[in-house]
Design a protein around this ligand. Structure first.
Ligand SMILES: Cc1cc2nc3c(=O)[nH]c(=O)nc-3n(C[C@H](O)[C@H](O)[C@H](O)COP(=O)(O)OP(=O)(O)OC[C@H]3O[C@@H](n4cnc5c(N)ncnc54)[C@H](O)[C@@H]3O)c2cc1C
Length: 310
């Protein structure tokens, strides 16, 4: 509680970091979050937020700039999580939420963008995955809301875009849905695996649809381990907790949490990123612009539209 209080007292100096983008973020937040924790003696707070940070796939405190972690855990979120235990799950998952939100809009799905050429207008060309037919559209502006490093494969990228987007890093976050019978601990977490010794092992698991017999396991991978290797470990865990492991119903490797290194953050990656907004009829948004949570992505997009489109 004392550290949460001290964090709130320190918070005004980090106001820019809590904002929608990274402009004006104090320089000390380019250091790793671990360095920030050591500097401000926030070890207890760091432990408390390690469940929604490390097990949610964002990795280890010594590898990411503190700016991202503070953006995630702005004081209001810390209060909601630590003092009010406010967690919620979308009842049907996130997919239907976005589908319903998009239902009244002109959203074209399943288009494989192969080429974007920018000049007096923006030409977007590619192939419709469902019909195989080519398409070609002309727009007045382009808003990139997909992985920016991957956009380099179809974008007529400038040197600056190429230089910035190719510096984006990710985490290898894996999610496995497994059947298990007579599993004594249907949901839980393993704090001993919240450091690199836990790579490839389940850090947290959940019973998302109670009674279904399907459990969701969350794992940080090293980018190389096969799913089979990891699933052997999951079966071991299930047995250790009195269960009988069954089939893996689904597995997904997420190219997760786009971010930049402490070094690139310090060297002004975000100043250069923001300076590109509006240049060449192009804008970029999405999680790299702020932080990888839905709330942060929406806040950045709202701010971008206010700055350039209202
Ligand atoms: C397993 C998991 C659990 C998560 N849990 C939470 C949570 O509990 N709370 C929370 O707030 N956040 C959570 N997140 C993070 C959150 O989902 C993301 O930060 C957020 O969805 C990012 O939004 P975005 O618009 O930047 O990217 P995305 O939602 O990834 O959207 C990018 C879109 O671009 C499309 N695309 C990709 N390539 C191309 C291309 N070449 N051409 C055209 N389109 C393309 C993709 O299909 C996708 O629809 C979770 C993420 C994962 C993976």
């Amino acid at each position: 509680l004392l550290e949460i209080l001290r964090y709130h007292i320190l918070a005004p100096r980090y106001r820019a970091a809590f904002g929608p983008n990274h402009l004006g973020t104090p320089e000390e937040l380019a250091d790793s979050f671990q360095a920030w924790v050591d500097r401000h003696r926030m070890g207890v707070l760091a432990k408390a937020i390690s469940i929604p940070y490390t097990t949610f796939g964002y990795g280890y405190y010594d590898e990411s700039p503190a700016a991202y972690v503070l953006k995630f855990f702005e004081p209001g979120i810390v209060r909601a999580l630590a003092l009010q235990f406010k967690f919620f799950k979308w009842k049907e998952g996130a997919q239907t939420l976005w589908e319903r939100l998009a239902s009244g809009m002109d959203v074209r799905y399943s288009l494989e963008v192969r080429e974007v050429r920018r000049g007096d207008t923006v030409l977007v060309a590619g192939r419709d995955r469902r019909t195989g037919e080519p398409f070609r559209y002309e727009y007045d502006r382009l808003v990139l809301a997909c992985p920016l490093d991957e956009s380099l494969s179809f974008l007529d990228a400038s040197e600056e875009e190429r230089a910035l987007y190719s510096k984006i890093l990710h985490k290898d976050y894996r999610v496995y849905l497994k059947r298990a019978r007579v599993f004594r601990v249907p949901a839980g977490f393993a704090p001993a695996r919240f450091d690199r010794s836990g790579i490839g092992r389940a850090m947290i698991w959940d019973d998302r649809v109670p009674g279904s017999g399907i459990h969701t396991f969350y794992v940080l991978g090293d980018g190389k381990q096969s799913d089979e290797e990891i699933e052997v470990g999951l079966d071991e865990d299930i047995r250790a907790m009195g269960g009988e492991p069954g089939e893996t119903v689904a597995r997904v490797r997420w190219k997760y949490y786009p971010h930049v290194s402490c070094q690139d953050y310090r060297a002004g990656w975000y100043d250069r990123f923001e300076a590109l907004q509006g240049r060449n009829r192009t804008y970029a948004c999405g999680e790299i612009a702020s932080f990888s949570t839905v709330e942060r992505v929406i806040r950045y997009s709202n701010d971008l539209s206010r700055r350039f489109f209202e």
